[in-house]
Design a binder for this molecule. Structure first.
Ligand SMILES: Cc1cc2nc3c(=O)[nH]c(=O)nc-3n(C[C@H](O)[C@H](O)[C@H](O)COP(=O)(O)OP(=O)(O)OC[C@H]3O[C@@H](n4cnc5c(N)ncnc54)[C@H](O)[C@@H]3O)c2cc1C
Length: 497
């Protein structure tokens, strides 16, 4: 069999391209060496945002595209994407109020808004917004972006791709590929270590931080474009304040740090921008980054935190397109393509940069670039399409949650919220026949039942406890060691069957 597209990388970009291409009638195979969203796409700040800060770097194209994507994504996946209010405490010594107001005016008007509210000036003194902050923070600004479950977005794209005919293979690594006539012949190592050859008419290198490694070492190609790896880390603490809003904190180095309500009981704080010169791979927060994030909180919040308050941290490598900027924090967050196809050769398209927010649009651009090689390919279609589980109905998330809670009254309110928020209408697939918790099978902890686990295994490519606890859910924040071991045992014994 010869595939039309071989996509290397199961992050947000690879999965968005697989989804779009499969829907246009192309034969797609996606390879992911570990798990979907195993690398950068599960390590983001989890925002679908225009990027207010990028306006200072004159990134108008990117901000315009990203702002427009917010509305589309919110409509496509209202179970995993929700509007989020940000409070930006005014810091006179860092940015004058007039500059912030101009930025917010542009942010409100650069792209049309339908569901997402605009910005306003707010008083912090004597209001719930100011209550957790030190007394010198009296004035602030309010604006909206969206929060997203980043790794679940990737899984939903893969699921949609697969339901439209794409083959998604996790634990499958591209070892190398060569051109033979008008095709690529790729050598792929499967989860069992065995090698097989796969043929495709075009190859997409969506390997994120590994983009240059894939280009040079696995495809044997050069490129004038380069990736710039910039590490970013987050810490998670127990909830630092009451309220559903997030804070955007300005730092003296002109960067910003977000404090965001996370998983009901926690606050997510990040991120950092640290140049990374090593080989791409797993990364972890270092002491300086930890201190930087703690200082950002301590400067603004009444409640001071220290390392003992951190319950989890995670880090990722931004695979930025190297535009030659001096500072890591101002390297463009926009994306760029490198197409290698001269002389009628089988094309290879490499992706540099991009954001969770812009992956759908990036996929459209990638397929526009490859259109000359696939004259029968159908037109773009993802702009108005719903992602799996996102068909919540006109009442949106709250109405759907109400419906689910009424239909399944045995679900604890917190569990109903988690299931509705993770799976949307797909939750019916494993809840449909249940009349009690017992019908859902053994509970591994926090309401993660056998029925849900079977669904994750069968439909969402989950293979081990880490996939389940940290990427399909964030139950890792709540599971203890014994629960994790029991879950791992259940997954291993199922795999051995
Ligand atoms: C700290 C931080 C905060 C961020 N915050 C935001 C945010 O709030 N909002 C936003 O929109 N964006 C954000 N981003 C940007 C966004 O996360 C990334 O741009 C995006 O996730 C990159 O996706 P990707 O698919 O290109 O790469 P990845 O997600 O890294 O995917 C690449 C995949 O390729 C696989 N792979 C590599 N080599 C091979 C091979 N040989 N064979 C098979 N598979 C292979 C890897 O295992 C990996 O899973 C943030 C990034 C960081 C680091």
């Amino acid at each position: 069999m010869v595939f039309d597209l071989l996509i290397v990388g199961g992050g947000v970009n690879g999965c968005a391209i697989a989804r779009d291409a499969a829907g246009r009638g192309l034969g797609v195979l996606l390879l992911e060496q570990k798990d979907l969203a195993a690398a950068t796409s599960s390590a983001s700040t989890k925002l679908v945002h225009g990027g207010l800060r990028y306006l200072e770097n004159y990134e108008f194209r990117l901000v315009h595209e990203a702002l427009a994507e917010r509305e589309l994504l919110l409509a496509a996946a209202p179970h995993i994407i929700h509007p989020l209010q940000f409070i930006l405490p005014h810091e006179r010594s860092i940015r004058p109020a007039w500059l912030v107001r101009i930025g917010l005016f542009l942010y409100d008007h650069l792209a049309g808004r339908k569901r997402i509210p605009g910005s306003t000036t707010v008083s912090l003194a004597g209001t719930p917004y100011g209550a957790p902050l030190t007394a010198d923070h009296r004035l602030g600004f309010s604006y909206y972006d969206c929060r997203v479950d980043d790794s679940r977005l990737v899984v939903l794209e893969a699921l949609d791709a697969s339901e439209r005919g794409a083959k998604i293979r996790v634990g499958a690594k591209l070892i190398g590929a060569r051109r033979e006539g008008a095709q690529w012949v790729a050598s792929v190592a499967g989860a069992d270590g065995g090698l097989e050859d796969i043929r495709a008419r075009a190859l997409i290198n969506a390997s994120g931080p590994f983009v240059s490694e894939t280009l040079e070492h696995r495809l044997g190609l050069g490129s004038r474009k380069h990736v710039r790896l910039v590490k970013g880390s987050h810490i998670v603490t127990r909830k630092l304040y009451e309220g559903a809003h997030a804070y955007m904190l300005q730092r003296p180095d002109k960067r910003i740090v977000f404090a965001i309500p996370f998983e009901e009981d926690f606050t997510l704080v990040g991120t950092t921008d640290v140049p990374f010169l090593g080989e791409p791979g797993p990364v972890a927060i270092d002491a300086q980054e930890t201190d930087y994030l703690i200082a950002a909180i301590d400067h603004v919040f009444r409640k001071k935190i220290d390392r003992g308050d951190i319950v989890w941290s995670y880090s990722g490598l931004r695979p930025l397109y190297d535009d030659g900027a001096l500072e890591a924090s101002v390297v463009t967050r926009d994306y760029a393509f490198d197409l290698d196809a001269e002389g009628g050769k089988a094309p290879a398209l490499s992706i540099f940069g991009g954001k969770i927010t812009t992956a759908r649009r990036l996929a459209e651009h990638a397929l526009e670039t490859l259109a000359p090689f696939f004259p029968d390919m159908r037109a773009a279609w993802t702009g108005g399409a719903i992602l799996p589980g996102g068909d919540l109905g006109p009442g949106g998330f709250d109405a759907f949650l109400g419906e689910l809670s009424r239909a399944k009254p045995f679900l604890e309110p917190r569990l109903a919220r988690r299931l509705a928020g993770a799976y949307g209408t797909r939750a019916w697939r494993f809840l449909e026949r249940a009349k009690s918790m017992a019908d859902l099978g053994a509970d591994f902890g926090c309401g993660l039942t056998e029925a849900e686990l079977d669904y994750l295994r069968a439909q969402e490519w989950a293979r081990n406890a880490e996939d389940v606890l940290w990427r399909r859910s964030k139950l890792g924040l709540r599971f203890d060691a014994a629960q994790t071991r029991a879950l791992a045992r259940a997954l291993t014994s199922h795999a051995a069957r």
